[in-house]
Design a protein around this ligand. Structure first.
Ligand SMILES: [Zn+2]
Length: 375
């Protein structure tokens, strides 16, 4: 590890130890304040790539059992996978959105035209959306050469989803814009994950019908706590109650339990009595992925570095100076991934295989060894 990176890890470790975390923004400024300051001290965006601070921090991580037999050697990749330069151990952008407002929004909101432009840009760069659940379950079924992107919308706001009188997504909502994008780019799947609180999309009594519409169209509804509190420092029992009550809402409206969860404000509880693993599984829920706010693409779900208790997201924002978005928000990261294609997840087109170049297959998590393909 270069010295500068070691230094960054030390700084972050110290910040975690001493609680030197910036307070959450007054409003909906969801972020992990852990990564950005140290990452900005490094020379460039790539410093925060997988293997960096986010990926290596595993509080409460349990040691995995050693396999009793050595993993099988990887099989040769298909010609199609090699030709596509498949790399299913590459990074995946998980983009975080809040409200979609024509005007009057804050820095975490986007306008309909900004969302339209970002989705167009993703479609033209051969990204195909998968839901957060599909991502954490490794169900990334997209064509060879395509790149997965996870689109997440927090807080269940009506600007993300409302049905009009005719029963169609209202114009300029996130769902309508996703559908528009697919009409222009047929390979672009119009799917996303909505992390909701006690009243999804402020639908009130219509919430069952609205959420059912979303689920039937391939969207994911998932838990974001009941009242959207800052969980940092909250006693474990209160955190559990917030998650359990929101889980009741998700099950009642969608008919299924949440597969994923996102922290309000990106803040993990950091309770003294429990490690954060307790968020993954409770009496009435079991999440397969817990999302931060954050400032980096996620490592691949197939990588040894993947930590399902703290998955990074990127805020959707242009290359503005504020909050370091010129380096760490979606426009900057998507440019970086375009310029560093070997670092990006590229599909082999076969959801049953996990393909990577021979030089990086050692990063594969052992549980996927029997699916490994190399070229
Ligand atoms: Zn939120």
């Amino acid at each position: 590890m270069p010295t500068l990176h070691k230094f960054a890890v030390l700084v972050i470790g110290a910040a975690l130890l001493f609680g030197l975390l910036l307070p959450p923004e007054a409003r909906e400024g969801e972020r992990t304040t852990v990564v950005q300051p140290a990452a900005q001290g490094t020379e460039a965006v790539p410093a925060a790539a997988p293997g960096g601070p986010t990926a290596s921090a595993k509080p409460g991580g349990k040691p995995s059992a050693a396999p009793s037999t050595p993993p099988p050697p990887p099989q040769p990749a298909s010609a199609q996978a090699a030709q596509a330069k498949a790399n299913e151990l590459g990074q995946v952008p998980v983009i975080m959105y809040h409200r979609i407002l024509a005007k009057g929004g804050s820095e975490i909101d986007r306008t309909p035209d900004e969302l339209r432009a970002e989705l167009k840009r993703l479609a033209e760069a051969n990204y195909v959306p998968v839901t957060a659940a599909e991502f954490v379950q490794g169900r990334i079924d997209i064509p060879a050469g395509a790149h997965p992107v996870v689109l997440t919308f927090d807080d269940g706001n009506p600007t993300q989803f409302t049905l009009d009188a005719a029963g169609s997504p209202a114009p300029d909502t996130a769902v309508a814009i996703l559908m528009e994008t697919q009409a222009k780019y047929p390979s672009f799947r119009p799917v996303a994950t909505f992390f909701v609180n006690k009243d999804p999309f402020q639908l009130g009594e219509e919430s069952n019908a609205g959420v059912t519409w979303l689920v039937q169209h391939g969207f994911e509804i998932a838990n974001h706590t009941y009242t959207h509190p800052n969980l940092a420092g909250m006693p474990g029992s209160k955190v559990e109650s917030e998650i359990a009550k929101a889980e009741d809402v998700v099950k009642k409206t969608s008919g299924s339990p949440s597969v994923t969860f996102a922290y309000p404000f990106g803040n993990a509880p950091r309770t003294k009595d429990k490690d954060n693993e307790f968020v993954l599984k409770g009496d009435t829920w079991q999440f397969q992925g817990v999302f931060l706010a954050g400032w980096n693409p996620s490592v691949s779900v197939f990588s040894k570095e993947f930590d399902r208790s703290r998955i990074s997201r990127i805020r959707s924002e242009g290359k503005v100076k504020k909050d370091g978005c010129d380096k760490f928000c979606s426009t900057a990261w998507l440019e970086w991934l375009d310029k560093n294609p070997d670092k990006r997840y590229t599909s082999d087109g076969d959801p049953s295989a996990v393909t990577a170049p021979s030089g990086s297959i050692s990063q594969l998590a052992s549980e996927f060894a029997d699916r490994a393909r190399v070229y």
